[in-house]
Design a protein. Structure first.
Lengths: 401, 381
C-alpha cells in the first residue's frame, strides 16, 4: 500500500500539464469562470481537441477510444484539468450513455453512436425524469407504442414529457427511458431509446433556475417516431441500462479534483478578504476552522474515491458504494459555495446577471457570482438520484437492511 | 409574563396581511422586482395613506400611532411572509430609529414625512474594507465652517436606488477602527457629489455603491453627537437586527409551510413523500428551528430597551439562532422540493434566497457569536 507516483506517472503528469497549457482554448480560459453561459461551440471545442489527442473518453474500452490509463493516471488527469480550471467534458455522452452502448448495444449501434460521442460531434441529453417521476424513476409514464410506418418499417410512437433535461437546448440526440409495456411491473416495462432531437414532435422549453440560469428544460414528445433500431438492449429491459448508467453517473459526480481546486480558491479568497478585525479572513479562527474541517472531509472523500478507482482497475465495476461518493461529493461542493458566499460578506448580495457588460464589477472579483453558485449548487444533492435515495441504496444494497 | 399582542397590534397584523394578500401575491411581486425601478412606489404610498402603517412605531407626539418595536416586529413578520421589498427597514426602523434616539435639527419634520410616505431612507454604513464591523470606517466628514464635507465609498447600500435620503456613518475623527470619532448624518440623496451605481440584489431588492465626492452638508445634517455616535449606531443596528429577525420568522414560516404542503401532495412510490419517516424528521427539525427562531425574535424585541450590553447580547444571540435557522430551513425546503425547489417559477426558491441573505445581514453567525462571547465572557463583570 503506497501513494507514490512512479517515474511514468510523473512523466504523464508533465505531459498532461503541458498538453493543457498548449491546447486549452484561450476563449474558454476567459469565460469558464464567468457567470455567462457557455455556447454549444465553447463546450464542444475542448472536447474536440481532446478527441484529436485520443483523450476524450479515458474510461472506455480501448477498441472504442479508451486510453487504457491506470487509476493513478485517471486521477492525475482529473487533477490537472481542475488545476487549470478547464471546463469539464459533458458527461451525458461520454460517461453516461457510452457505457450503456458498449455494454448493451449491438455491434452496429456501437459503430453508429460511439465515434460521435467520443469525437464531440453529437451532443446528447438525458431523458429520464418526468414531472411525476423523480426519485421514483421507475414510475415513468412517457409512452412508446410499436407501429409500422408508411415505409413498412417498425417504429416506436413516443408520447410524454421529460423534465430537468440538462442542456437539452443544445442537444442533437437524447437517450430516453420510455414505457413500452404498461401492464408489466414498473421496472419490467421500460425500454431505452435513442431519439434524434430534431424529430418532428419534440419541443424543448427552458426552465429558469433560481439563480437565473438556463441549464435545464422540459422536453415534450408528441407523436415522435423513433426507428426500432434506436432501442438499446431488449424491449422492456431498459431498466437494466438505466441502473448501469446511474452507477456511472454517480461515480463521476464526486468531483474531488474540482473541489480541491475550489478549496484552493477559497483559501486564496480568505487570504485577501478582510475579517471584522484587522487582518485577513483566514486569521479569524472560526472561519479558518470551517475551511480546515472541509479540507479534512475532502481528504477522506479523496481516499474513498481512490479506493473505488483501485477496485475498478482490478475489474470491479462501480458498485453501490458509488453512492458514498455522490453523497459526500455533493455535500462538499455545497459547503464550498456556502463558505465562498460567507467570505464575500456584503458583496455576496449584488446580482449582476443581465446588466450591460460595461456596468463593470461590484466588489472584489472573487465575490462575483458566489451567491448564484451557492443557489445553483443546491441541485447537486437533488439530481442523479437525491441524496436521500442514495442513502436508501446504501442501506439496501450495501448494508442489507 | 405575557407573550400576547395588544388589540392594536393584532389589528395591524390583520390589516397588513389582508392588503398583501390582495396586492402582493407572488406573481405581482415577481413582475415588480423585474421592472426597471424594482419596486412599487404606489404600494409605499398605500402603506402611508391607505394602511397608515408607516407611523405605527412612532409616538403620538411625533404624529405616529404610539407603538414601538413590537409594532415593527408585527410589520416585518408580515412583510417576510410576502417577501416585501419596499424599504420599511431602512426608512422606518433605521431612519426612524436614528431620528428617535439621536438629537437632530429637523427630526420631527423628517419623521412626519416618513409617516406620510414622502421620505424614504437607505442606510449607508458598510464599507468595502469593513465587513460587519460598524466602527471600521474610512469615509470621512471633515468640518467645514459650520457644516461638513464627506468623502468615501459605501458598499451595497440596500434600498438606496429608492431612497430620497441616506443615513451615513463617517469619521469626523479617530483612526480606521476606533470607537471614537464616528458621526452620523442624514443626507438628501440629491446633494451634489453623491454618486450612485445601482444594481439588483440576489433576493430581489435594489442596492447601490454610494460614493461621496466632496459632499457639502450643513450642521443640521448631523444626528446625535459629533464623534460619539457609535453607541447610537449600535442601538439602531440592534433594532434593525431585531426587525430582520422578525422578517425571517415570516420567511421561515413560509418555507416550512410550503414544504409541508408540497411533501403532502407530492407522490412517489405510490404515496405522499411526507409519509417517509426520514423526511418527517427533517420537517420536524425545520419546525424546531422555526420555533426557536420565533422565541429568539420575541426575546430580542423584549430586550431592546435593556441597557446597551444586555441588549447587544440578546440581539446577537437572536441573530445567531436566526442565521442557523435560515440556513437549515432554507436548504432543506429546497431539498424536499426536489427539482421544483430549484425553479424560478416557484415561490419557495425566492423565500430561500431571502433567507440566505438574512443569514449575513448585519453580521453572520460567526460575527454575532464572537460579539456574544465578548459581551458574555470577556467583559469585566
Amino acid at each position: 500500500m503506497d501513494l507514490d507516483f512512479s517515474p511514468e506517472d510523473a512523466a504523464f503528469r508533465a505531459e498532461a500539464r503541458a498538453f493543457i497549457a498548449e491546447n486549452y482554448p484561450q476563449a474558454l480560459r476567459d469565460r469558464s469562470r464567468d457567470e455567462e453561459a457557455l455556447s454549444k461551440e465553447d463546450y464542444l471545442s475542448w472536447h474536440r481537441i481532446l478527441a484529436k489527442k485520443g483523450w476524450s473518453a479515458p474510461s472506455w474500452p480501448k477498441e472504442w477510444g479508451g486510453t487504457g490509463w491506470t487509476p493513478t493516471q485517471k486521477y492525475i488527469w482529473s487533477e490537472e484539468q481542475a488545476r487549470a480550471d478547464t471546463i469539464g467534458i459533458l458527461p451525458f455522452g461520454v460517461n453516461m450513455l457510452a457505457p450503456v452502448v458498449y455494454t448493451f448495444g449491438t455491434q452496429e449501434q456501437k459503430e453508429r453512436f460511439l465515434p460521435g460521442i467520443r469525437d464531440g460531434q453529437v451532443w446528447w441529453c438525458q431523458g429520464y425524469s418526468e414531472p411525476g417521476s423523480g426519485s421514483d424513476l421507475a414510475s415513468l409514464k412517457c409512452k412508446a407504442e410499436r407501429i409500422t410506418g408508411d415505409d413498412g418499417k417498425e417504429y416506436y410512437l413516443v408520447n410524454g414529457q421529460k423534465t430537468w433535461t440538462t442542456l437539452a437546448q443544445h442537444a442533437d440526440w437524447g437517450f430516453f427511458l420510455v414505457r413500452t409495456d404498461p401492464t408489466a411491473k414498473p421496472q419490467a416495462g421500460i425500454s431505452f431509446l435513442l431519439i434524434d432531437m430534431t424529430s418532428p414532435g419534440i419541443t424543448v422549453r427552458p426552465l429558469i433556475t433560481l439563480e437565473g440560469g438556463h441549464e435545464v428544460n422540459d422536453v415534450f414528445l408528441d407523436n415522435v417516431k423513433v426507428p426500432v433500431e434506436n432501442r438499446i438492449h431488449n424491449e422492456n429491459q431498459g431498466w437494466t441500462c438505466a441502473k448501469a448508467l446511474l452507477l456511472h453517473e454517480r461515480s463521476g459526480i464526486a468531483g474531488v479534483a474540482r473541489s480541491k481546486r475550489g478549496l484552493e480558491r477559497l483559501r486564496q479568497v480568505s487570504r485577501t478578504q478582510l475579517s471584522d478585525e484587522d487582518g485577513p479572513l483566514l486569521s479569524d479562527p472560526a472561519f479558518k476552522r470551517k475551511v480546515a474541517d472541509l479540507e479534512i472531509d475532502l481528504t477522506a472523500l479523496e481516499f474513498t474515491e481512490l479506493r473505488t478507482l483501485a477496485g475498478e482497475s482490478s475489474g470491479k465495476g462501480p458498485g453501490p458504494e458509488s453512492s458514498i461518493l455522490k453523497i459526500k461529493g455533493t455535500e462538499i461542493q455545497q459547503r464550498l459555495t456556502d463558505l465562498a458566499l460567507e467570505a464575500a460578506g456584503h458583496y455576496g448580495a449584488p446580482y449582476l446577471r443581465g446588466l450591460p457588460h460595461n456596468f463593470g464589477a461590484v466588489g472584489p472579483d472573487e465575490a462575483h457570482g458566489v451567491a448564484g453558485a451557492y443557489f445553483n449548487t443546491r441541485k447537486t444533492s437533488i439530481y442523479g438520484g437525491s441524496n436521500e435515495i442514495q442513502r436508501n441504496i446504501i442501506a439496501k444494497a450495501v448494508l442489507g437492511l | 409574563m405575557d407573550f400576547s399582542f395588544t388589540d392594536e397590534q393584532s389589528m395591524l397584523r390583520d390589516t397588513i396581511a389582508s392588503y398583501l394578500a390582495d396586492r402582493y401575491d407572488f406573481d405581482t411581486r415577481r413582475t415588480a422586482i423585474k421592472s426597471p425601478t424594482g419596486w412599487r412606489p404606489e404600494v409605499w404610498k398605500a402603506f402611508a395613506d391607505e394602511l397608515g402603517i408607516l407611523g405605527a412605531s412612532f409616538s403620538e407626539e411625533l404624529g405616529g400611532l404610539g407603538g414601538g418595536a413590537i409594532d415593527n416586529m408585527v410589520v416585518m413578520e408580515e412583510f417576510g411572509k410576502a417577501l416585501v421589498v419596499e424599504p420599511y427597514l431602512g426608512t422606518v426602523v433605521i431612519g426612524g430609529g436614528f431620528l428617535k434616539h439621536g438629537a437632530s435639527a429637523g427630526a420631527a419634520d423628517t419623521i412626519a414625512k416618513i409617516i406620510a410616505g414622502e421620505v424614504t431612507i437607505a442606510f449607508a454604513y458598510a464599507e468595502p474594507q469593513g465587513r460587519y464591523n460598524l466602527a471600521n470606517l474610512v469615509t470621512t466628514a471633515r468640518k467645514d465652517g459650520a457644516g461638513y464635507v464627506l468623502n468615501g465609498h459605501k458598499a451595497v447600500v440596500i434600498g438606496a436606488p429608492w431612497a430620497t435620503h441616506l443615513v451615513v456613518t463617517a469619521r469626523t475623527g479617530g483612526g480606521q477602527r476606533d470607537a471614537g470619532g464616528i458621526s452620523v448624518f442624514l443626507i438628501d440623496k440629491a446633494t451634489p457629489g453623491v454618486v450612485t451605481r445601482d444594481y439588483p440584489t440576489v433576493d430581489g431588492r435594489r442596492a447601490s455603491e454610494v460614493f461621496f465626492e466632496n459632499v457639502s452638508v450643513g450642521a443640521d445634517a448631523l444626528i446625535g453627537d459629533e464623534g460619539a455616535a457609535l453607541p447610537l449606531i449600535e442601538q439602531v443596528v440592534d433594532e434593525a437586527i431585531a426587525a430582520v429577525c422578525a422578517e425571517s420568522c415570516g420567511v421561515l414560516r413560509k418555507l416550512h409551510e410550503g414544504t409541508l404542503d408540497y411533501t403532502k401532495q407530492r407522490k412517489q412510490f405510490g404515496v405522499p413523500i411526507a409519509s417517509f419517516q426520514v423526511l418527517q424528521h427533517r420537517m420536524v427539525d425545520m419546525f424546531i428551528q422555526l420555533e426557536q427562531a420565533i422565541s429568539m425574535t420575541y426575546m430580542a424585541h423584549i430586550k431592546l430597551s435593556e441597557p446597551a450590553a444586555d441588549r447587544a447580547k440578546a440581539i446577537s444571540a437572536a441573530k445567531v439562532q436566526i442565521g442557523r435557522a435560515c440556513k437549515f430551513v432554507g436548504q432543506n425546503a429546497i431539498q424536499l422540493h426536489g427539482g421544483m425547489g430549484m425553479t424560478d417559477e416557484m415561490a419557495i426558491g425566492h423565500y430561500f434566497k431571502r433567507a440566505t441573505m438574512i443569514e449575513g445581514e448585519f453580521g453572520s453567525v460567526d460575527h454575532h457569536l464572537r460579539r456574544y462571547e465578548t459581551l458574555s465572557f470577556d467583559a469585566a463583570a
